[in-house]
Design a protein around this ligand. Structure first.
Ligand code: ZN
Ligand code: ZN
Length: 440
């Protein structure tokens, strides 16, 4: 009798638990958990945060596209076409639809998933801890798969990794556990930016294959030197025979200038680098001016559009003030880029005035010095910029550490990174110190 009653009680208990669990799951769709801070049901909260972020990110991307298109039309002096919607936003000229959707899905998907998974975890674990946030973030991070381009995914992942490192470092520093030597320096962020830029600019001249193609394209487009000239500089610097015919054919097609150069020259002179302009001062100021003209539309769009979309109410209250603030920010950032390009070009020209032989480290130092133009930027932006460039510098790291280990017999660099990583072939076995230097 007693046994029967106990079995009945346990059955009832199980049924009650099952009902409770079912109620909890169904309440995910109809109401919120007691630990949830949001007002509506959990599912409604996830969907609404997905939609909000999707629309905002989508709007920002499309807005930037439209503004850039308007700048392009204005540049061609066709101001009347700015009023022509067909020219401004036609499918043919404004190709942002797919990218805007993907970016919307990335941000919306991340936020929606994150909130949804946190609500589910609260129900399953019956408590709110940091682990919930961690797991929700991990799973929601898979929304990066909405980006189709692998290099974009890599860039974003590296940027977020740098952010994570910054968070951990700041935490350790605040708790007085660990800090880098010189972290209290006033211009530590500028120094970091300078070192990162040195590496990137070195890779740009000597090892372009180690930089992502889109980033390389951005540097080539902003600067005054074209790829065939860079190739010739690389060849002369490495002591390889320079393809003089290709270089002079390229220069004469652009500027009608004749170039007389030996194939075994050890320094491409200024006449080869800026054939169209005879004076180095003229070339330097041209480089700075053209960088300003090329990057201003981009910076203006990047400053103005996100502010308008994300703070629409503020913008409606003071549209002129918002516009002027964005304009000031864009002029400041563009001046920084143009000064960077000017200093880099000036340094390279100066080197050609005083030296007879090229050296690859010149391009590294030129980058480090040109990067000091970052002092024009706001203090808060400097560390942002350093964090942005740092992953790219780290990505091209192998280039400098490898090329610093030059083979003393031939003077040539071991370009085959894979052979050293696999530890398989000659250079590593012949010179074990090079392997250590590479990983150090
Ligand atoms: Zn919830
Ligand atoms: Zn020059």
């Amino acid at each position: 009798m007693l046994q029967q009653r106990a079995a009945l009680a346990s059955q009832e208990k199980e049924a009650a638990l099952k009902r409770l669990r079912e109620a909890e799951y169904s309440s995910f769709f109809s109401s919120r958990h007691t630990l949830c801070q949001h007002l509506d049901s959990c599912i409604a909260n996830s969907i609404s945060s997905f939609c909000q972020r999707f629309l905002l990110a989508n709007g920002v991307r499309v807005g930037i596209g439209v503004l850039l298109r308007a700048f392009k039309l204005a540049k061609n002096k066709s101001f009347r076409s700015l009023l022509n919607l067909k020219l401004l936003v036609s499918e043919k000229d404004l190709i942002v639809r797919e990218e805007a959707c993907r970016i919307g899905l990335l941000f919306g998907g991340f936020t929606g998933c994150y909130h949804g998974i946190r609500c589910i975890l609260r129900r399953l674990r019956k408590k709110e801890t940091i682990l919930n946030e961690f797991f929700a973030g991990c799973i929601a991070g898979l929304s990066i798969l909405t980006l189709d381009d692998q290099s974009k995914r890599r860039t974003l992942a590296l940027y977020i990794l740098a952010r994570l490192a910054q968070c951990i470092y700041n935490l350790a520093k605040a708790r007085k556990k660990f800090h880098f030597w010189g972290s209290h320096w006033q211009h530590g962020d500028s120094l970091l930016f300078s070192l990162a830029c040195a590496q990137v600019m070195y890779a740009f001249v000597m090892r372009p294959e180690t930089l992502p193609e889109s980033y390389l394209e951005f540097i080539v487009r902003t600067g005054p030197i074209s790829r065939p000239v860079l190739k010739a500089v690389r060849e002369s610097c490495r002591g390889e025979p320079v393809d003089v015919d290709a270089l002079s054919a390229f220069l004469s097609s652009n500027s009608n200038a004749k170039l007389e150069l030996a194939t075994n020259c050890r320094l491409i002179p200024c006449t080869g680098i800026h054939a169209g302009r005879s004076s180095c001062m003229e070339q330097t100021s041209f480089a700075a001016r053209s960088a300003f003209k090329k990057t201003f539309p981009l910076y203006m769009s990047l400053t103005f559009v996100p502010f308008v979309v994300l703070n629409l109410q503020k913008f409606m209250q003071a549209p002129m003030h918002t516009f002027l603030t964005a304009l000031r920010g864009a002029v400041r950032s563009t001046s920084f880029i143009s000064l960077f390009v000017g200093i880099y070009q000036g340094f390279i020209c100066l080197h050609r005035k005083i030296a007879v032989k090229d050296h690859k480290l010149i391009y590294w130092f030129a980058g480090a010095i040109a990067a000091l133009a970052v002092l024009l930027e706001k203090k808060s932006r400097r560390s942002e910029l350093a964090l942005y460039v740092l992953p790219r510098a780290a990505g091209s790291r192998n280039s400098l550490s490898l090329s610093l280990c030059t083979d003393s017999d031939s003077g040539k660099t071991h370009s085959n990174v894979m052979c050293i990583i696999s530890g398989a072939s000659k250079p590593a076995r012949k010179h074990p110190h090079k392997l250590i230097q590479y990983f150090a």
